[in-house]
Design a protein around this ligand. Structure first.
Ligand code: NDP
Length: 283
């Protein structure tokens, strides 16, 4: 049976480290601040922002919420971002996705100052990531790497299969793993013979957004399985993209859903806010 990777406990450790650094900064008169922009009434987004705000409060990060109506125009939203870009109390800006359909996500993300882009999704930060330069990196992929490393496994030289190529998860995950010298295969909806690709991997990162899609018998014995997916089933239960029951019989390590990648995403957001604050203080 696979060892369960406790994302909650690892996230808690990171949060405690962030809280300590925040205390030290505050003692020197620097108060790290994070602004959330929430457009519309998407219930899941409201929960996500609520959880992130709570995490800020617990670590001492000052947080601001800009709650805007569903019908907010691009111009109005850009004006809010401009104001936050110019506000010295705000070190990080997070626009909760998805945005209502009439808003162009790329236009909005690129309006955030790259040094305040705590989600790491600005084209400049994405480019810096691709070029292995310093900069703010997307939170979930950083959480994935930290979880893999927490097993004591060296990533260099491992065959990794990343299932999903989104800008938020799959693509940046693949880049971070490549920079750690893994041999990375990126699969997507047009990939032929997914089970065969997964079967060759020492590490599987599942981020395809389909409940219980990846079956245990596709997984190489002794592999590490990181399940990024999160879904609420009709019976109210939460599951990931991997069929946990069968996969945990083959894998050496597996992340649970919930309690795996999710808490790590929030911990990395706090860490990015701290980094953004330090960046602003030294410029
Ligand atoms: P997207 O829907 O943006 O991307 C899904 C990716 O999976 C696409 O690249 C798609 O391919 C690929 N895909 C879809 N179907 C298949 C298939 N049958 N075989 C192989 N690849 C497939 O999702 P996200 O990346 O935003 O999120 C993925 C999952 O992670 C979701 O469940 C989401 O809720 C969860 N998530 C969890 C987070 C956390 O903190 N735990 C944070 C962010 C996301 P193509 O490009 O060809 O369409």
């Amino acid at each position: 049976m696979a060892k369960i990777m406790d994302g909650k406990a690892l996230a808690q450790k990171i949060r405690a480290e962030v809280a300590e650094e925040v205390r030290a900064l505050k003692a020197n008169g620097v108060h790290p601040g994070l602004a959330f922009i929430l457009v519309g009434e998407n219930p899941a987004s409201q929960i996500y922002v609520g959880n992130k705000k709570k995490a800020c409060e617990e670590t001492g990060i000052v947080n601001f919420l800009e709650k805007l109506p569903e019908k907010t125009s691009e111009k109005e939203l850009l004006a809010v971002i401009d104001r936050l870009n110019a506000d010295p109390k705000v070190h990080g800006i997070l626009v909760q996705l998805p945005l209502p359909k009439h808003l162009n996500t790329q236009n909005i993300l690129k309006a955030i100052h790259p040094k305040k882009d705590v989600d790491g999704l600005h084209p400049e930060n994405m480019g810096r990531l691709a070029l292995k330069l310093s900069g703010l990196k997307p939170c979930t992929p950083q959480g994935v790497i930290a979880l893999i490393e927490s097993t004591g496994t060296k990533i260099a030289g491992k065959n990794v299969c990343v299932v999903g190529r989104s800008d938020i998860v799959g693509k940046p995950c693949a880049l971070l793993l490549l920079h750690k010298d893994a041999t990375v295969t990126v699969c997507h909806s047009q990939t032929q013979n997914l089970p065969e690709m997964i079967g060759k991997a020492d590490i599987v990162v599942a981020a395809l957004g389909k409940p219980k899609f990846i079956q245990g018998d596709w997984i190489k014995k002794g592999a590490i399985v990181i399940d990024v997916g999160i879904h609420r089933l009709p019976d109210g239960k939460i599951c990931g993209d991997v069929d946990y029951e069968s996969a945990s019989k083959r894998a050496a390590f597996i992340t649970p859903v919930p309690g795996g990648v999710g808490p790590m995403t929030i911990a990395m957001l706090l860490k990015n806010t701290l980094e953004a604050c330090k960046l602003s203080s030294c410029t």
